[in-house]
Design a binder for this molecule. Structure first.
Ligand code: CDP
Length: 211
């Protein structure tokens, strides 16, 4: 039997992570936040004093990635967001991370969230969700998250940074962020996390029921 794979893609702060983690719990599957891979590569480049836009440096960092790099506590926040999105644009970085992502789901299936899970990593995933929300709702959610760590967090700055990152992620040549042709779109602008979860479960259940 082919393992159950649920792809959850979409732009920044759309609610993918919370949703994907809850879906994994519900379906008894392992969960992988693939954004952490790009974040950890970006961090390695910054640690070495390199420029995340330098393809050679970023590829070397991706090839040297170790499991413990994903446990670092400094993978979130504006500098890490920006470094992740810059290293993620290099085809060589993406190639270096493909096998890890596929291997993660090989034995027991998985829920994976990211930007290209349904288009590149698992084009045959059982169910593909493309989670969105309005730019205003997403920026506000990210601002609330960042503000919990840093009271000086500025909504206008976060809005601008997120828009620039989304434009880079959608505009790159390598695995650009976009819905797979067979993805189910879930707009969470007007939904709380519980409602988004219920709607997502119904979407996945319908896919499972369709031969
Ligand atoms: O949490 P948020 O949605 O803001 O970001 P993330 O999912 O942790 O991803 C951080 C960055 O990694 C994104 O802006 C993308 O550039 C990159 N990424 C990617 O290219 N492909 C993925 N499958 C996951 C993340």
């Amino acid at each position: 039997m082919t393992p159950l794979i649920i792809a959850v893609d979409g732009p920044a702060a759309a609610g993918k992570g919370t949703l994907a983690r809850r879906l994994a719990g519900h379906f008894g599957l392992p969960y992988l936040d693939t954004g952490l891979l790009y974040r950890a590569v970006g961090r390695r480049v910054l640690d070495g004093g390199g420029d995340p836009r330098d393809a050679g440096v970023a590829e070397a960092a991706a090839r040297g990635l170790r499991a413990e790099d994903l446990d670092r506590s400094d993978l979130r926040g504006p500098p890490a967001d920006d470094a992740a999105s810059n290293v993620a644009a290099h085809p060589g970085v993406r190639r270096a991370l493909v096998e890890f992502q596929r291997g993660f789901a090989a034995a027991h299936g998985a829920v994976l969230d990211g930007r290209d899970i349904g288009t590149v990593i698992f084009p045959d995933a059982t169910a593909k969700l493309y989670v969105t929300a309005s730019p205003e709702a997403r920026a506000r959610r990210r601002w609330l998250e960042v503000r919990a760590r840093d009271p000086r967090a500025d909504l206008a700055e976060i809005t601008a940074e997120m828009a620039a990152r989304d434009a880079r992620d959608a505009g790159r040549g390598a695995a650009p962020m976009k819905p797979a042709f067979d993805a189910l779109e879930l707009d969470t602008t007007e939904m709380d996390a519980d409602t988004a979860f219920e709607v997502a479960i119904a979407m996945v259940a319908e896919k499972l029921a369709t031969p």
